[in-house]
Design a protein around this ligand. Structure first.
Ligand SMILES: CC(C)(COP(=O)(O)OP(=O)(O)OC[C@H]1O[C@@H](n2cnc3c(N)ncnc32)[C@H](O)[C@@H]1OP(=O)(O)O)[C@@H](O)C(=O)NCCC(=O)NCCS
Length: 195
């Protein structure tokens, strides 16, 4: 297995790896059909085994404080994607990708990584094993079906809202649980480098 820079012709392998990895998580329907591009520079690495992309990490990073990360001081990097093909989970590939990204980040004079993930305990275990600290969280809510009118006062004629995706940053999440909405806690992890 080698860790190397992403190349343009890795795109299909990158998409397949990310889709399969995320199918096992609370992000199961967050499917991309193109590799993301970033406004700022990025560390974009893949893990390749026998010609197959089996892992990936994308970290967009700052040249100016707080242009990418949501908190912290100094220049940071945001992990937008980290994924390992499910046939290759728990073989150290995620850790190897993170370590290489960290090595490059330190050379680029970054002091930390930030990452957001949902409420998959095993994914959170991974971040914690990699020495990330949980800093805050809020909620992702998918409203579906007939309750829409109670939630949004839609005044556009002939427009019927069917699904709504919302961020909730308040303290009363219980009010939404009664109606059986799909709710995820979205958690921020941060790791300052020891240099
Ligand atoms: C999270 C992820 C990147 C970890 O990569 P990986 O190569 O499987 O993990 P590593 O081999 O580096 O680390 C394994 C450690 O992580 C934790 N871990 C990983 N998968 C786990 C699972 N299914 N159950 C419990 N702990 C798990 C454990 O601490 C494990 O150590 P152990 O095997 O000694 O118990 C990978 O599982 C993945 O792609 N997950 C889905 C995508 C995702 O959620 N990405 C991050 C959210 S943005």
């Amino acid at each position: 297995m080698i860790i190397r820079d992403y190349r343009v012709n890795d795109e299909i392998g990158w998409i397949r790896c990310r889709t399969l990895a995320f199918l096992q998580t609370a992000y199961f329907d967050n499917v991309l059909n193109k590799k993301e591009r970033y406004e700022n520079p990025a560390i974009e690495l893949v893990a390749e085994l026998d010609g197959q992309i089996v892992g990936l990490i994308d970290v967009e990073y700052e040249k100016e404080e707080r242009t990418v990360c949501s908190k912290g001081t100094g220049l940071g990097g945001m992990i937008w994607h980290i994924a390992v093909h499910p046939d290759f989970y728990r073989r150290g590939i995620g850790e190897a990708l993170l370590k290489e990204a960290e090595k490059r980040a330190i050379k680029l004079k970054l002091n930390r990584f930030e990452a957001w993930t949902r409420d998959d305990q095993w994914v959170q275990n991974w971040y914690e094993k990699m020495n990330f600290l949980k800093t805050e969280s809020y909620y992702h809510i998918y409203f579906e079906g007939e309750q829409m009118d109670e939630i949004v006062n839609n005044k556009i004629p002939k427009l019927y809202l069917v699904n709504i995706f919302a961020h909730y940053i308040g303290n009363d999440i219980e009010q939404f649980r009664k109606a059986n909405h799909r709710i995820h806690e979205c958690v921020c992890y941060e790791k300052y480098f020891n240099v």
